[in-house]
Write a protein that binds this ligand. Structure first.
Ligand SMILES: O=C(O)C(=O)C[C@]1(C(=O)O)C=C[C@@H](O)C=C1
Length: 108
């Protein structure tokens, strides 16, 4: 597999895990930033049935799989990670949608 990003050659599991931990810090920061936009989707969408948008999900998955192929990342991992992440974001967005539009019975 040809990676366009440089990967440090590791001699020990400690080396491997130090690098993975450092990448996870960046990945979590990016997911946090992404969640800021998903939260805004919950504000902008008018109906709860717009939260799950299959056409958009298909577009994202196709796009990131093409990016994976270009960058030498394992496509199956990228696809599984994105499908799981978007499933979780849909639940997050549903929660935000409800939170922003409390029903009278939920207001106390
Ligand atoms: O693009 C949207 O409509 C979003 O709400 C964002 C997002 C995502 O996580 O990318 C989340 C839910 C939708 O089903 C599709 C995509």
């Amino acid at each position: 597999m040809t990676l366009i990003h440089k990967v440090e050659h590791c001699h020990t599991m400690a080396d491997v895990r130090r690098n993975i931990d450092a990448l996870d810090e960046r990945i979590v920061a990016l997911i946090a930033e992404r969640s800021g936009y998903v939260a805004q989707a919950a504000r902008i969408k008018q109906n709860a049935n717009q939260v799950h948008d299959q056409a958009r999900i298909d577009f994202i998955v196709d796009r990131v799989k093409a990016m994976a192929a270009e960058q030498g990342a394992p496509e199956a991992v990228i696809e599984a990670a994105y499908r799981a992440m978007i499933d979780a974001f849909i639940e997050f967005e549903r929660g935000e949608f409800q939170r922003l539009r409390p029903q009278p019975s939920q207001e106390g």
